[in-house]
Design a protein around this ligand. Structure first.
Ligand code: HEC
Length: 209
């Protein structure tokens, strides 16, 4: 039943992210000009050997639950399990989603695919991103600064469109500079998976279908 527990915590992320979307995210997110975090001095970060940084990044990705949403679930011997061959590669492009079921009026808010990678809610339909270092479809061409700006501002590359729920930007924008640097180093070290994640669908298009 551990999966049930995991899904519940994931949904609370969704609600928290939804509540924080819109202007409030942009208003209180630290900008790109923020001074480096004082929690871990920049010198400590520079001194950390690459292997340590990658290990620390892996720890933060594992404890931060990135894989809950960015690694598709597949059906294993004991039920749904993360697909190790698609580690952190986002919603599988081969999985074409039919229109999301329309929820009746009431307190149910969102529906999620069996892979835990496609989400339908008041924000439309979002698909988790490919975080592997593939150049065309993942983060292969990103810089560490672009990654940090994305996580801090909740905008694609720090300047583009608003990143939709359930990506828990309100929680992750609190990572310090050294954390984000380590997470990015780890993500750049994992196996490349070529997987073009579909663009999100706006609420109107999702409702029309
Ligand atoms: C609760 C589910 C969830 C969790 C947990 C989660 N993400 Fe996401 N993430 C998403 C969704 C959904 C999107 C796509 C949103 C969109 O298209 O607007 C996304 C998008 C992103 C993007 C933006 C990619 C781009 O092209 O702009 C990055 C970077 C990212 N996630 C990194 C992470 C990292 C690193 C972690 C862990 C520290 C993490 N995510 C955990 C759901 C999640």
């Amino acid at each position: 039943m551990s999966r049930l527990v995991a899904s519940t915590s994931v949904l609370s992320f969704a609600v928290a992210s939804l509540a924080a979307t819109g202007l409030s995210v942009a208003a209180d997110a630290p900008g790109r000009t923020q001074p480096p975090s004082t929690i871990v001095p920049a010198t400590a970060k520079e001194a950390a050997p690459a292997a340590d940084r990658i290990a620390r990044g892996r720890y933060l990705v594992d404890t931060g639950g990135c894989g809950d949403c960015h690694t598709p679930l597949t059906i294993g011997k004991n039920g749904p399990e993360p697909d190790a061959t698609r580690l952190l590669s986002g919603h599988p492009e081969s999985l074409k989603m039919p229109p999301a079921p329309k929820l009746p009026a009431g307190p149910w808010l969102a529906v999620v695919s069996a892979t835990n990678t496609a989400w339908s809610g008041p924000w439309g339909v979002s698909f988790t991103a490919n975080l592997t270092p593939d150049t065309g479809t993942g983060l292969g061409s990103w810089s560490a600064q672009q990654f940090a700006d994305t996580m801090r501002t909740g905008k694609h590359l720090g300047v583009g469109r608003e990143i939709l729920p359930p990506m828990p930007i309100p929680a992750y924008k609190n990572f310090n500079d050294a954390d984000l640097d380590a997470i990015f180093a780890y993500l750049q070290s994992i196996p490349v998976v070529k997987n073009r994640v579909p663009a999100p669908l706006p609420p109107a298009a999702a409702a029309k279908k």
